[in-house]
Design a protein around this ligand. Structure first.
Ligand code: ADP
Ligand code: MG
Ligand code: ZN
Length: 470
């Protein structure tokens, strides 16, 4: 009888080579405090210079998420004191963000509205060692976008699906690698609870800095129960910021929720505003690649690929690129998809491996194999066997094709071979006729043996059924 209401704030590091206001590298890791300079550590007498590429990436992200781009937006100082922020203010955006009003559509058809996307600088990182707190400013000044949604989620599944889609979309347009484990994508969960049927929102808590999909789902589950317990006991939820403990999946209070007033936002006098020339906007629009949702629709509707396969192929940009290259000039791209999903995905299993998709077998080698199959030179069985060897060795199809394999199979012989199998196995045929569906497989086996595996098993099965049923 209670319903959860969730809004997400997601921080994503942009893949520019240099930081947002200086020329330090944005490379992840490195010896502490080696990727920083007087500007990104906020020394007196330095001035920030805005990285154009960071703004372009942020605009591209906005366009990919269906936002309106504000040609005029304003940078603002957000003040707070913490050792990871040496200037004691973060340069961010407040009243006029770069992008507003986008959306992401979930598989259940619900639309998650994006309120805004603003651009800002990342802070450094505190490293706790024993009773010491050490500070590493390498990450300070890396360009970020913060993507804020309306409170539109109603379950943990919706929230994690949105994050996965966000990751896929931002990777597709190449503005971020969105690695949650490396912190280049982080998420804050805002959650409140209300009785089903109520229209007003409850009081929310905010859980900070979640860095895996599992943590997001766990934090949502934990907070939902915590809120429900408080409400059922007749209490009121406090508006506060909470910390997620990955060890036990709980959250603990960090501080009272701060208000915008507390941050003393005001326009940054060093940067002031971002003006986007019309031609830059047009160029970035024109450069947008086909987006994952559109790709998915095209794979399903135009290429006839099953939805589950299309989902896997479009989830990872390098995989869809590989698939499209392997499909060039092929009659049935569906066959290429099936080789990738059934045989390659079985070997390349982890998220990281799929994201970096770099198999020894090239797309051209897979294409050659599919063409041999489509031209009838080899059977499906032979192709499967050969592909397994190709994947193991990185060699091309011809290295594994014997004379026998290539002798081909004349489909006009199929009927007589099937008839022969029927005549020689009367018992099996009557089993099949009496409803034992599996008996047909034994007959297919007989045909395959007779052709040394060169016949097409699916075609043989269909032909056997036709002959028996007529
Ligand atoms: P702040 O910047 O102080 O965190 P915002 O008003 O910008 O606050 O909201 C931040 C996030 O909290 C947004 O994603 C928004 O959708 C979400 N949110 C706001 N009110 C609620 C609520 N009552 N329940 C759940 N989420 C909420
Ligand atoms: Mg917030
Ligand atoms: Zn610097």
């Amino acid at each position: 009888m209670f319903e959860m209401v969730i809004g997400l704030e997601t921080h994503v590091e942009l893949s520019t080579k240099t930081k947002i206001f200086c020329s330090c590298t944005t490379q992840f890791g490195g010896e502490p405090n080696t990727h920083c300079c007087p500007i990104c550590t906020g020394q007196p007498g330095t001035l920030p210079v805005l990285n154009k590429k960071a703004v372009e990436y942020a605009i591209t992200a906005g366009l990919a998420l269906g936002c309106r781009i504000n040609r005029h937006s304003v940078m603002a100082r957000k003040h707070y004191v913490y050792p990871d922020l040496s200037k004691a203010y973060q340069i961010s955006q407040y009243e006029l963000p770069l992008c507003e009003g986008g959306k992401v559509t979930l598989s259940n058809g619900r639309e998650i509205r994006i309120t805004r996307i603003h651009i800002e600088e990342d802070a450094g990182k505190l490293v706790h060692q024993g009773n010491m707190a050490l500070i590493d400013y390498n990450r300070g000044g890396v360009p970020l976008i913060e993507i804020v949604t309306e409170p539109d989620f109603r379950s943990a599944e919706e929230a994690t699906e949105y994050l996965e889609k966000l990751q896929t979309i931002l990777r597709a347009v190449k503005v971020s690698d969105c690695r949650m484990q490396e912190g280049s994508m982080r998420c804050d969960v805002n959650l409140s609870v209300r009785r089903k049927g109520e229209t007003a929102f409850g009081i929310r808590s905010e859980v900070k800095n979640l860095n895996s999909f599992t943590s997001v789902a766990q934090a949502i589950g934990y907070e939902f129960e915590r809120h429900v317990d408080i409400l059922q006991a007749g209490g009121t939820v406090e508006q506060e910021t909470r910390h997620f403990n990955a060890e036990d999946g709980t959250t603990t209070s960090l501080r009272d929720k701060e208000n915008a007033d507390d941050y003393r936002y005001f326009p940054d006098p060093d940067i002031i505003e971002i003006l986007v020339p019309e031609e830059v906007l047009h160029r970035l629009e024109a450069e947008l690649p086909e987006l994952p949702d559109a790709k998915f629709d095209r794979y399903v509707k135009e290429l006839g690929i099953p939805e589950d396969d299309a989902k896997m192929l479009t989830k990872y940009r390098p995989v869809s690129e590989y698939f499209e290259r392997a499909s060039e000039g092929v009659t049935q791209p569906k066959t290429v998809a099936s080789f990738i999903i059934t045989q390659m995905f079985a070997q390349i299993q982890t998220e990281a491996e799929r994201e970096h998709w770099n198999p020894d077998t090239t797309a051209e080698q897979l294409r050659e194999l599919v063409r041999l199959l489509e031209s009838g030179k080899i059977s499906r069985n032979v192709a499967k066997r050969v592909f397994t060897s190709m994947l193991e060795t990185g060699k091309g199809a011809h290295d594994f094709l014997s004379e026998d394999d290539l002798a081909g199979f004349d489909p006009s012989q199929l009927t007589s071979l099937c008839q022969k199998a029927i005549d020689e196995n009367p018992k099996t045929v009557s089993d099949y006729k009496n409803g034992k569906e599996k008996a047909i497989k034994a007959l297919v086996g007989a045909v395959m043996r007779a052709t040394k595996g060169r016949a097409d098993a699916l075609a043989a099965e269909a032909e056997l059924k036709r002959l028996i049923d007529q």
